[in-house]
Ligand binder design. Structure first.
Ligand SMILES: *Cc1c(COP(=O)(O)O)cnc(C)c1O
Length: 405
């Protein structure tokens, strides 16, 4: 077999199935979010409004965050200079871990280079190194959790998405003496639905399982201090491990787990994906800590964000543009056809200066292709009008069904 021919064929397969990923080349402009510069193929540039960023609150350009990053680059320079174990642990990493443990009211926290790595390394390590452990994983868990679980090669059971009764049935069928973990998310990224955390914890408790909750899409966004959905619902103490990212609402980069000191020390001591990699740049850790601190105190970003989400939803409703009614900030506008979804996204970009990436299979099931719209406090009323009017025009052109109010 020719190795390179094999690669060409695999890529052609993606292209003919409509699943080949094309990146939009953007330049974010500080203090102008959600405006960005779009680089066309030929190198020409255009202004666009970004409607699909995970910088949900615009913290990536908040002067509290960028100012702190610049300040600490001045103090510490660019890189960390090593792994955490060999000369790379900076004072700012330690401060950030304290901030995170406090955010989730846990004994300890550990930071990783991304949320993906935190899930992969923490789940991979815990599940590989606790003899006989069985993991119960929500069927729609994120790829990073799935990879961590696969890597561990432990016993695993998939429970139907957000279904505590199915979880209970699976747990009841297993050896009562086996150690157990339930792994799930709070806000699911593509549908924006929220887990029944209390009910899942009740089942986990009944079978003596520890719980692992990915709050990546919720940290900074929900709860009086931005601790996530578990904080908002008064359930943080029911969760053994809360995992999050510093790259979405906190606007920077990195991931983390928080939990009991012994568990965090265990992951710190055994996780290859933590040990054998360069520590985050100190300025990035300090900027993330500034973002977390700010969102612990300030409600205004969260309130303005919720208001923007409500405005987008009601404007879509007024035009009959179908979107998933979920209890979160994620607004999935369902197109239900891969080529139409891609076409609408292209026309929005080229004719309307609106950037929303199409979300197609395998990220979502065939027939549920969508535009995943993420309003932010920095989108103006005029931005919202422009978006919804553009969508409405394209809905007519594509002869897509309208929702009935
Ligand atoms: C984005 C995401 C991650 C990964 O976080 P990064 O910091 O982007 O690596 C983990 N879990 C879920 C549910 C996510 O959507």
């Amino acid at each position: 077999m020719d190795i390179f021919e094999h690669m060409e064929a695999a890529l052609s397969g993606l292209k003919s199935a409509g699943n080949y990923r094309v990146f939009a080349e953007l330049e974010r402009r500080n203090s102008a979010f959600p405006r960005a510069t779009f680089y066309e193929d030929g190198g020409a540039t255009r202004d666009v409004t970004v409607w699909c960023s995970n910088d949900y609150l615009g913290m990536g350009q908040n002067p509290v965050v960028t100012g702190r990053m610049v300040e600490v680059i001045g103090q510490c320079g660019a890189g960390a200079g090593g792994t955490r174990n060999i000369s790379g642990t900076n004072h700012h990493h330690v401060l950030l871990e304290r901030e995170l443990a406090d955010l989730h009211a846990k004994e300890a926290a550990l930071i990783f280079t991304s949320g993906y790595v935190s899930n992969w390394a923490a789940l991979g390590t815990l599940l590989a190194r606790i003899p006989g452990i069985i993991v119960y994983s929500d069927a729609l868990n994120h790829a990073s959790m799935i990879e961590g679980i696969r890597h561990a090669r432990c016993e695993k059971r998939l429970f139907r998405h957000n279904d505590p009764a199915h979880l209970r049935a699976l747990m009841a069928a297993d050896d009562p003496a086996a150690p157990k973990m339930v792994a799930f998310e709070s806000v699911y990224s593509m549908d924006g639905d929220i887990a029944p955390i209390r009910e899942i914890c009740d089942v986990a408790d009944a079978f003596g399982a520890i719980t692992y909750l990915d709050e990546v899409h919720a940290v900074g966004m929900y709860g009086p201090r931005g601790g996530g959905v578990a904080e908002r619902e008064g359930l943080m103490d029911r969760i053994t491990v809360i995992e999050g990212t510093l790259g979405k609402a906190f606007g920077v980069m990195g991931g983390y787990i928080t939990g009991p000191a012994v568990l965090v020390d265990f992951v710190r001591s055994f996780a290859s994906g933590f040990i054998f990699t360069t520590a985050l740049p100190p300025a990035l850790a300090a900027a993330a800590a500034a973002s977390i601190r700010h969102l612990k105190e300030s409600q205004s970003e969260r309130q303005a964000h919720q208001a923007a989400v409500a405005k987008v939803r009601s404007a879509l409703d007024a035009r009959g543009i179908p979107h998933k009614h979920n209890p979160s900030h994620i607004v999935p506008v369902i197109v239900g056809n891969a080529s139409k979804c891609k076409w609408i996204s292209d026309v929005l970009l080229n004719d309307f200066g609106i950037y929303v990436q199409p979300i197609n299979y395998p990220t979502v099931p065939v027939g549920t292709e969508r535009l995943r719209i993420t309003p932010t406090p920095l989108h103006s009323d005029a931005d919202i009008r422009h978006l919804v009017e553009a969508l409405s025009a394209l809905w007519s052109q594509c002869a897509l069904a309208r929702a009935v109010a």
